[in-house]
Design a protein around this ligand. Sequence first.
Ligand SMILES: *Cc1c(COP(=O)(O)O)cnc(C)c1O
Length: 404
Amino acid sequence: MKLPIYMDNHATTPVDPRVLETMLPYFRDEFGNAASKSHPFGWHAEEAVEAARAQVAKLIGASAKEMVWTSGATESNNLAIKGAAQFLKGKGRHLVTAATEHKAVLDSMHALERDGWQVTVVGVGQDGRVDPAAVKAALRPDTVLVSVMHANNETGVVNPVEEIGAITRAAGVVFHCDAVQSAGKIPFDVEQANVDLASLSAHKMYGPKGVGALYVRRKPRVRLVTQMDGGGHERGFRSGTLNVPGIVGFGAACELALAERDTEAARVLALRQRLQRGLEAGLDLLTINGSLAHRLPGNLNVSFAYVEGEAMMMAIKDVAVSSGSACTSASLEPSYVLRAMGVGDDLAHSSIRFGLGRFTTEEEVDYVVRLVIAKVMKLRDMSPLYEMAREGIDLSRVEWVNPH
Ligand SMILES: *Cc1c(COP(=O)(O)O)cnc(C)c1O
């Protein structure tokens, strides 16, 4: 086993060696521009891009003609939300999203708000899920777009997108879904969920960074105002020379993910359960954040009461994980995702996100369990609060005296 151990697969994943192999020829001899129509260099590039388009479409039950290449899911989310809202502005200027969405969704919504749109942000339950009834209740006659993600990047919690899609379809409202974390890990089908727009990213599923896709439904047709003007590539949806090696790698990553999805999901779930059981056997006062029943197999988001997340990450620096403590920029705000679920600041600050993936081994999980137990015990030994809590003192009722 090699150190450091990578357990941050929601942030990014390593490129699968099989994916890398398929990409290499497109950096060498097959370097053509897929938009060059007059010679074999261009034709070969275009053929490869179209083969990849079919592979990515197949993963989500779409047709190849419905896939638009982008630079990643940040761009896909921007194009979907701003593009659809701007196209439909004559019809209405109200949008609906959820509090636990990725920043690329929330900030696209805020940008539209500054331009005169109104946005309703629905909350989530303690389990982290969006309630379809809350989405339904938020709809107005002037609502044109709903954006709700499939699986959350911090908690792995999976939303009931089929039920939300049934509601938006009945209301004639466009449904955008950020499916970055779920695609290739659990089933996601644009027909079953009545999704009109879906964002994907290669680097979250063992493909390369800097390439993504947006699914744009053709029946009934969804129209967008383009956000990138230029040569009219991608049927006018997104101008710019295509990243051919990246796209080829994305296609290969989707094919592998689909072929191995169910066996991988079972293997990774068993590892997650091993991690959880191991930690619970050695430590008290653990909280699992978010629904366990509706969750990506590879995610465990745990709060270790009386242990600060940042201190914890320092203590286990041979293990790459994330913390819900001050993770967004330089602010001291704890994770907005955990707060939206009603997790208090203390527990949000002491949360650690374990992201298990395709290359995680049992040996690594066992090492992490032993290390985390030892470090949490050590950090808690230094914590007077933990001591008081163990003695049965209700800390919420303690009146602290300011010595100054
Ligand atoms: C990573 C991520 C994004 C952004 O994707 P990039 O391709 O890195 O721009 C969007 N949404 C979710 C849920 C993500 O996890």
